[in-house]
Ligand binder design. Structure first.
Ligand SMILES: NC(=O)c1ccc[n+]([C@@H]2O[C@H](COP(=O)([O-])OP(=O)(O)OC[C@H]3O[C@@H](n4cnc5c(N)ncnc54)[C@H](OP(=O)(O)O)[C@@H]3O)[C@@H](O)[C@H]2O)c1
Length: 229
């Protein structure tokens, strides 16, 4: 398979891109700014691990990255957008105390960045392929708490973006995936699993080993179970 993972410098993106490469798939691994030491190490270890620069907030960069993948051999079996941010201020503040700059940044990366990638990559996915947007349980409109307010607003918008895209594109499966509470730089405070466990589940969804519910269900977790919208 040919799989693109967007946001591979650390955390889930690194774990998923490494796993897919180790299983022998051609992986396009998009990093922000500069490949991390671990992403660079993966590119050395696996000849099928191809690094591509992409800051999701930059439309010109997305266009160039998509063009490179197309030139390199055409269509993708799967595209996974993992890139995301959670501001430190959002870990402790209520919405009434929010840093508006940090809220804007969350929307810029998590929502606008994802829309940019959809716009420039959607045509690259094969008929019958798969698009996965890594969102979060924090984006649920029914399961509402007060923690991580700015991040949660951005993840709700990212869920809606995915739902609209799912209605727009019928050639392949489109879903939003809650990856679990992972022990990463972002998830360290509430972690329940390692990112490798989440990557394993998402990998099975990509390869079809784990079936998605299908129909109108577009929001699932990393084990393929339906999530509360
Ligand atoms: N951790 C959790 O418990 C948890 C729970 C629910 C949902 N999620 C979601 O799962 C995804 C992965 O989270 P994680 O825990 O692996 O986070 P992480 O360890 O903080 O990694 C985030 C990744 O996103 C990349 N990124 C940030 N801004 C970017 C940009 N503008 N362009 C391209 N890449 C960018 C980062 O690159 P740099 O390192 O270069 O900044 C990094 O590789 C996120 O979408 C997150 O919201 C996580």
């Amino acid at each position: 398979m040919r799989i693109a993972v967007i946001g591979v410098n650390q955390g889930l993106g690194l774990a998923l891109s490494r796993l897919a490469a180790a299983k022998g798939h051609d992986v396009y691994a998009a990093y922000r700014n500069k490949p991390s030491a671990k992403a660079a190490e993966a590119a050395k270890e696996f000849s099928n691990y191809k690094l591509i620069e992409l800051d999701v907030t930059c439309e010109a960069m997305a266009e160039t990255a998509a063009g490179k993948i197309e030139t390199d051999g055409g269509k993708l079996d799967a595209l996974v957008i993992v890139a995301g941010i959670l501001a430190d201020s959002d870990r402790t503040r209520l919405i009434t105390e929010a840093s508006i700059d940090d809220l804007r940044a969350a929307l810029e990366v998590n929502v606008i960045g994802s829309a940019i990638v959809i716009k420039h990559f959607h045509h690259l996915i094969k008929d019958g392929g798969m698009f996965i947007m890594i969102t979060s349980e924090a984006g649920s409109m029914t399961n509402i708490g007060t923690k991580y307010p700015g991040y949660s607003v951005s993840k709700a918008a990212q869920n809606k973006l995915t739902a609209i895209f799912a209605k727009t594109e019928s050639r392949y499966t489109v879903c939003a995936v809650h990856p679990g509470r992972m022990n990463t730089v972002m998830g360290r405070n509430d972690a329940q699993i390692e990112p490798e466990e989440s990557a394993e589940g998402i990998y099975k969804i990509i390869t079809g080993e784990k079936k998605t519910p299908g129909g109108n269900t577009w929001f699932i977790d990393y084990r393929g179970g339906e999530m509360e919208i």
